[in-house]
Design a protein. Sequence first.
Length: 346
Amino acid sequence: MPHMNTTVSTIVSPRIVIYGTGRYGCFIARLALEKGWTVVAAYNRAGDKVGQDLGRLAGLDRDLGIIVQDCDTASYDNLNADIGIVAMTNQLSINFTAHERLLNAGLNVLCHGSESSYPYGCDPVIAEKIDTLAKKNNVTFTGGGIWDMSRIWSGILLVGPCTEIKSLFHSSITDVHGQATHEKAIEVGIGLTPEEFIARGCNRAPLANSYKTIPEHVLTAVGYTVSASSVEIEPVIYDEPIKNPWTQEMYPAGICLGTRIVGKIETHQGVTARVEVELRVFKEGEIEHAFWSVDGSPRNELRNNRKDSDHTTAGCMVNRIPNVIAAQPGIVLTSQMGPLTTTALL
């Protein structure tokens, strides 16, 4: 594993390109603009956002003079920017065109997408293409977002005091209502019958593999070598009716209300890990959180209650920008950059 790079860019006001002007792309743009950083261009797939002013889309109630361009017809020449923020999908293969365009334009890339967090563990073929492109253009590619703090660095810091490690356990529950539209919720099986869950292939979703890489990433970052891993996906089903948070109607008992992902990891050194992740509709009173525990010497546990997960996601992305700009060329993981540093005083 490459050495840890904790260097922070000396650029006072980074020049940013936003690729994907959905919820998170706009949130990141807004936070950056509020710091006085410069957004030089914005791109989105064809649709009603193209042609709109980014300031309005980002909720600033004013025009910025930055018009959202069609990502497939726009020119990426002469961007004069330091970094491109990609907020499209979770899959490396689908996002690759965006990465290719920005890397070839000479921009560092920070992607909000789960597979980007640990590319070689999710799609080694695409990862190799990205690494080659980044090095060719002397820029950096990094995957960031809420996983940076609540999953990857939380795990790394938890095992820091250990003089012996037997196993790791990581779990989380994520409120899909806070992360996706009603239409997108079906991607994790919400509203389907158990039979439809299987028929639609939700039990084979590529997203599950990226969650398996969380403990793989942490174990690799602290020196272990993964020898084997597996993942299983199943529907989350409640035995009582529950309110649909998007429509306020009721989901009947027995309907799928999310996805449960269970992964198991083994290492050559004998240390094992297990991950249990649920992406679902929450019951009243539940709090979104990520949890780590280590069985070793000493034994420790760490729970992060993610009360503002959307802001946490955007904040993690914004606060990584200086590190990505300063990092060595190629794919550089957040685990190689040191823990996040606040930009509150910038």
